[in-house]
Design a protein around this ligand. Sequence first.
Ligand SMILES: [Zn+2]
Length: 171
Amino acid sequence: MEITKNKVVLLTYDLSIKGPDEEEFELVEAIGEDEPMGYIHGMSGYPERFEDNLEGLKPGDTFDFSISPDEGYGQRDPEAVVDLPLDVFRVNGEIDQELIQVGNVLPMTNDEGQQMNGRIVEVSNDAVWMDFNHPLAEMLLHFTGKILDVREATPTELSHGHVHGNGGVHH
Ligand SMILES: [Zn+2]
């Protein structure tokens, strides 16, 4: 069976990324056959270009492709780096020093009530600088891997938008 819209795809992949100022790719994710990834073609949540590259492949086929930042997670937005008053992070008058560390990713809520992950990039005496850009923004993405299985999605999987069982959600 070929990969087309609404098929469940089970695959392995290695993802390597390279920033605009970097010379070499860095491996950031390795999904092997012992714990493959499953997604519904057309609903993966990955960039459209990712699914385009897998379209038509069959079990046993391998892939090797790159996705530019513009086809991937976009460019970095300098305005998505903001400073928040340290007081925002006070719980019962206390600052959790373990939590407020450069590099930590925290779920934050914006003015419209949307949840967004922010990565702490700097901490001063009265402010915390957070970067809300997607961690893969401005990165060139390189995927290699193998298609393990392609099958029809069940009606429940289609209504949930994710795969059940192997490579997916167990519930
Ligand atoms: Zn479900």
